[in-house]
Design a protein around this ligand. Structure first.
Ligand SMILES: *Cc1c(COP(=O)(O)O)cnc(C)c1O
Length: 400
């Protein structure tokens, strides 16, 4: 099997599993219990908090564990909105956010909030001038993702943070894709709230965190016990948290090396695909993108059909995002870039990871080439297109 869907989830690193195992057996104490079995668990949780804080340039105390990246996004948006409802009810976000943010915004709209959805340019970068213009006296939150899950485009976080700071508006970023992949010095970037998730960085599923800058009085979202300083109730997922801490540590240690390796392999993949497959394009920014992300469109090809053929060869990739596949709706991200419905439907996301090899990329390129040609050979639209390309009176086919 060749796994090239690391933006959907990642295979747990062996070191992460090692860090989790004690919590799944002898270290089973409740972190809230006062005897030493409990305090051991409390220490485990706090060490993970510290490790995560460290790679953000934040204090461990500013990290609050949640049950997922989705929960962290929901918390940030709903509580920021509710807490400030007397001050204003306007939120600014972008058109290319993950559904965890977009659907939460839609919910808030139903509750009487107003949301401005910023456009992006052809590369997927938000327009800062439009952001400035969108700010009103009643704007209480700006939420723009750090890096996009489909096209990998990295947003100018520092500039957005500056704008938010200048107007005294909270700045939340969904960093589920970016955390552990690129440096995110939250203080320097002016970020007040940041969401992340363990399973996207070789950690376990079902654990995330929200960074809440000291001084930001974000109210509780899950009510109950006094866990996470009373801000996120529920007995801690100690094994998951231990795994997240270890995964973050590893990401911090390996970030530069991992990034360089993946970027090199990714650029090789992009060069080959664009060079060897006619009528193909790269979606997203050529440079401002996550090291492991590539996203292509192939004209006259259904992304889903291509995905299935690749799966039959043991290659895991994705089309649109995991959430949009299953429905036949074209990806909202690709449409926001200005792609036609047809081009957006013909997209394929190939996301590399720490275990990806050059040989796997070669096999994948060959498989994509072969299967794109196969699907096009059955496409009446493609045959029609070729016929129209052929110069009148010439029997020669077109050369690519
Ligand atoms: C995966 C993802 C999420 C959701 O995180 P979960 O932990 O899977 O709930 C949110 N935002 C982005 C950008 C993601 O890639």
């Amino acid at each position: 099997m060749i796994y090239l869907d690391n933006a959907a989830t990642t295979r747990m690193a062996p070191q992460v599993r090692e860090a989790m195992l004690p919590c799944l057996s002898e270290r089973f104490g409740n972190p809230s219990s006062l005897y030493s079995l409990g305090t051991k668990s409390r220490e485990t949780v706090d060490e993970a908090r510290k490790a995560i804080g460290q790679i953000l340039g934040a204090d461990g105390e500013e990290i609050y564990f949640t049950g997922s990246g989705t929960e962290a996004d929901n918390w940030a948006l709903k509580s920021a909105a509710l807490d400030q409802k007397e001050r204003g009810r306007h939120i600014i976000t972008s058109k290319i956010e993950h559904h965890a943010v977009l659907h939460t915004c839609r919910y808030l709209e139903e509750q009487g909030y107003e949301v401005t959805y910023l456009d992006v340019d052809e590369w997927g970068i938000v327009k800062l001038s439009q952001l400035e213009r969108a700010i009103r006296r009643d704007t209480v939150l700006i939420s723009v993702m750090a890096a996009n899950n489909e096209i990998g485009t990295i947003q100018p976080l520092g500039k957005i943070g500056q704008i938010a700071g200048k107007h005294g508006i909270l700045f939340h970023t969904d960093a589920v894709q970016a955390f552990g992949q690129i440096p995110l010095p939250v203080k320097k970037l002016g970020i007040s709230l940041l969401s992340a998730s363990a399973h996207k960085i070789y950690g376990p599923k079902g654990v995330g965190f929200l960074y809440i800058k000291k001084g930001v009085g974000l109210s509780s979202f899950i009510h109950g016990g006094a866990q996470e300083k009373g801000r996120r109730a529920g007995t801690e997922n100690t094994a998951g948290i231990a795994g997240f801490g270890r995964a973050a540590e590893l990401a911090g240690e390996e970030m530069k090396e991992r990034g360089e390796r993946e970027r090199k392999l990714r650029d090789y993949l992009i060069r080959r695909v664009l060079g060897e497959i006619p009528y193909s394009r790269l979606n997203g920014h050529p440079l401002q993108r996550l090291p492991g992300n590539s996203n292509f469109s192939f004209r006259f090809v259904e992304g889903e059909a291509l995905l299935i053929l690749l799966d039959m060869e043991g290659i895991c990739v994705s089309t649109g995002s995991a959430c949009t596949s299953g429905s036949s709706q074209a990806s909202h991200v690709l449409l926001a870039l200005g792609l036609s419905d047809e081009t957006a439907h013909g997209s394929l996301r190939v996301t590399l990871g720490r275990e990806t090899t050059g040989a796997e990329i070669d096999r994948t390129v060959e498989a994509i080439k072969r299967n794109v040609a196969k699907l096009r050979s059955k496409s009446p639209a493609y045959a029609d297109f070729l016929a129209r390309q052929r110069p009148r009176g010439s029997s020669r086919g077109i050369r690519f």
